[in-house]
Write a protein that binds this ligand. Structure first.
Ligand SMILES: O=C(O)CCC(=O)C(=O)O
Ligand SMILES: [Fe+2]
Length: 712
């Protein structure tokens, strides 16, 4: 074709560095295109709102002025594009080749809507295929024709540029004279508005590039323009196209603009305001706080802002602040008594960040567990205006981002949502909604005050309002799953009217539950190099639950308080009679039976199967599940007996020598006692025939054990 790409002048207008502008530049760099940027650093003069196409005459005037010095170069080609909502998808050679093939001397992008004056639609020539109407965000042409078009008549800065070019195009004589055409079928220009269903992504393994195809016109557009309301879709496509993410699954745009905080003196590390929001009672909150505290980021560069709206968590916050508060640069605490709403508190936290001249703002909700202590550092190093770590409820598709939006701004699932949530795809994703935890660069807070950047909007909750505002400001929201950062706990069934409500969360938040309540050495029980401890014949001894479990279970029982009276009459049992009564409380009396049975199946059964080989009963059946209390002045011991079980488990809930003296379990046939029981360890023994046993005398204090008669 004989076109020198350096004879193409690529021009755009951008007044400031926005996320969209950075994306535009990155796409240009990807195809070795060097655009000239007009208007940079200036106040926008082209009318109210660049995005709505109203106005924009300034762009025409800037270009006209800029081209003066080139206007005698008749062979020069001018390619004009908008900037904030445009990406290059191919290089200048392909763009100019396709241009030449059209035979036009001036070629504008086409779109589905006649804008800004829809009454002009009837004046347009009919087209068979493709889009009929002119869009002025993307165009290309030879210098003489472009100049003639630009100089056709005066245009005010605030006049509408699209109307200006439309009028020229609708002038049939001029159209003929300038060989002025529209790219109806997107040979080069893809305006996205009104064409959302026409474009698809196709992986091209050979070129290791994901290509945009127009499946209606069967073309591969080379420049895309997210005009009007199609920006959200462009943001989505932009995660892939322009080699942002390649078919070999590498995230190329992830590494763009990274900064490095390693080897920086602490004094030079940017300050961060960590804003913590406790808006509803949330399980495993103590761990949540510790994970924030354990972030590898200097505390002397960290401000804390805490909005606690939940009385239940007051003590957690109090303890935390008392213990660690002094480590931080500052701590600001808003309590439930302050009665400040979520949106107001979030607004306040942004102001607090400004007040402290923070480098970054990091918002974290009570449900967020930052398991990766490098999260904050990594997010800062990612160097985006707004970036969230991907957080997902364990084993669920519930996450802290939305991949797409409905037209009224609510949740909609993008085609890649599951792949991202399950980490089938790893990368940095520009999405329309994030929540729960996100980092904001302090420069954004300086740029927009609380009239633009806030958490208030009717019908929207605080998060949705904030994201809607960010979208309106064309600020990108990225969510990253380049690494694992943490997870979300599920607060839905958390019932703080119970004593120790976290104990009840074994189903909804199993992994957190396990982390807190299962003995740290539990997995060692399955280490093939270990043989199970056997303090008496066929009595096995396993670490199973944490000290916290023991304490919480005792607290659940003592809170309930109605211990049985130790007589043979027991209305809780089917027969109403207990031959060998203890002072006890059954699991079902504290609403914990279902949980306990699950615990038996999940944690106890595998232990049983590992020592009593060949006996399998899944799920284990157990009707008698209870906590026993021994006291010298109440019931201090239990006479010899058999249990109605295939096997019995007996968990020590407190400590001999600390909480009580004496006690233990004696197996009479073997003349063998286990007295040095260990908190959180269980004894497992056959219930009948061979293991006739008794509970030994407690001489001082209180002994608690947890008993289950499995498979009676
Ligand atoms: O005190 C003990 O350890 C034994 C308790 C017992 O055997 C039972 O409750 O059935
Ligand atoms: Fe027993």
């Amino acid at each position: 074709m004989g076109i020198e790409v350096d004879n193409v002048l690529v021009v755009t207008v951008a007044t400031s560095e926005t996320d969209g502008f950075n994306r535009y530049l990155q796409s240009a760099r990807e195809y070795r295109i060097q655009p000239t940027i007009l208007g940079f650093g200036q106040e926008w003069r082209g009318g109210d709102d660049i995005k709505r196409h109203a106005g924009g005459g300034w762009k025409v005037n800037l270009l006209k002025e800029h081209l003066q010095k080139f206007k005698d170069d008749k062979e020069k080609i001018v390619l004009f594009t908008d900037a904030y909502d445009v990406m290059f998808l191919g290089d200048l050679r392909r763009i100019t080749e396709n241009f030449k093939l059209t035979g036009a001397r001036v070629l504008f992008g086409a779109e589905a809507f006649c804008w800004p004056d829809k009454d002009l639609a009837s004046k347009y020539p009919k087209v068979e295929n493709g889009k009929p109407y002119l869009n002025s965000g993307l165009y290309i042409g030879y210098m003489p024709e472009i100049m003639e078009l630009l100089e056709r008549k005066d245009i005010q800065d605030t006049d509408d540029d699209q109307l200006y070019f439309t009028e020229a195009y609708l002038d049939e004589n001029l159209r003929e004279k300038l060989k002025f055409q529209l790219d109806h079928e997107s040979q080069i220009f893809q305006n996205l508005n009104g064409a959302l269903n026409e474009v698809q992504l196709h992986g091209d393994g050979k070129e290791n590039e994901i290509k945009l195809k127009n499946v209606i016109t069967h073309t591969e557009p080379l420049i895309i323009h997210g005009n009007g309301p199609s920006k959200i879709r462009l943001n989505h496509l932009g995660n892939y196209i322009s080699k942002a993410w390649t078919p070999d699954r590498s995230c190329k745009h992830c590494t763009y603009g990274l900064i490095n905080l390693t080897n920086i003196d602490t004094a030079d590390i940017p300050t961060v305001l960590v804003a913590l929001f406790i808006e509803q009672a949330t399980p495993f909150f103590e761990e949540q706080l510790l994970k924030i505290h354990n972030l590898h980021y200097p505390k002397e560069r960290t401000h804390l802002f805490i909005h606690n709206n939940v009385k239940f968590h007051k003590d957690h916050i109090k303890e935390f602040v008392e213990k660690y508060g002094k480590d931080y640069l500052s701590v600001k605490e808003i309590t439930p008594e302050d009665e400040i709403s979520e949106w107001a508190a979030r607004d306040l936290s942004l102001d607090q960040c400004l007040l402290k001249e923070c480098g970054y703002y990091f918002s974290v909700d009570a449900t967020v567990h930052l398991d990766n202590p490098y999260t904050l550092k990594l997010l800062i190093e990612q160097n985006r205006t707004v970036v969230a770590p991907l957080l997902v409820r364990n084993g669920k598709a519930w996450s802290n981002f939305w991949g797409a939006l409905t037209t009224d701004g609510f949740y909609s699932r993008s085609d890649d949502y599951m792949d991202i949530v399950y980490n089938n795809k790893r990368g940095l994703w520009n999405v329309p909604f994030i929540s729960s935890a996100y980092l904001i660069n302090g420069t954004l807070l300086k740029k927009y005050d609380r009239t633009k950047l806030n958490y208030v909007r009717s019908n929207y909750d605080a998060d949705m309002a904030f994201c809607a505002n960010l979208r309106d400001l064309d600020v990108f929201m990225f969510v990253s799953n380049r690494l694992d950062f943490g997870h979300l706990v599920n607060p839905e069934t958390y019932d703080v009217t119970r004593a120790k409500p976290d104990m009840y969360q074994i189903f909804e938040n199993e992994i957190d539950w396990e982390e807190r309540y299962i003995h740290e050495d539990y997995v060692e029980n399955f280490n093939p190099n270990n043989t199970a401890k056997q303090p008496c014949t066929d009595v096995y001894w396993f670490p199973i639950v944490s000290e916290r479990f023991c304490k919480d279970l005792i607290a659940m029982m003592e809170n309930f308080g109605s211990w049985s009276d130790g007589s043979n009459k027991d209305s809780r049992l089917e027969g109403g009679y207990e031959a060998v009564p203890t002072r006890d409380i059954h699991m079902n009396q504290v609403g914990w039976e279902r949980h306990w049975l699950y615990f038996l199946q999940r944690y106890v059964r595998p232990l049983q199967e590992s020592v009593f080989i060949g006996y399998e009963h899944n799920p284990p059946r157990s009707l008698m599940n209870f906590v026993v209390r021994y006291r010298p002045d109440e019931q201090p011991s239990l006479r010899p007996h058999h249990d109605s079980s295939t096997y019995t488990i007996n968990i020590a809930l407190n400590q001999r020598g600390v909480d009580y003296e004496g006690g233990g379990c004696r197996f009479i046939r073997y003349n063998c006692s286990v007295v040095d029981t260990k908190m959180g360890w269980l004894l497992m023994h056959p219930g009948k025939l061979t293991h006739y046993h008794e509970g030994l005398l407690v001489t001082k204090g209180t002994r608690y054990i947890m008993i289950a008669f499995v498979d009676p």
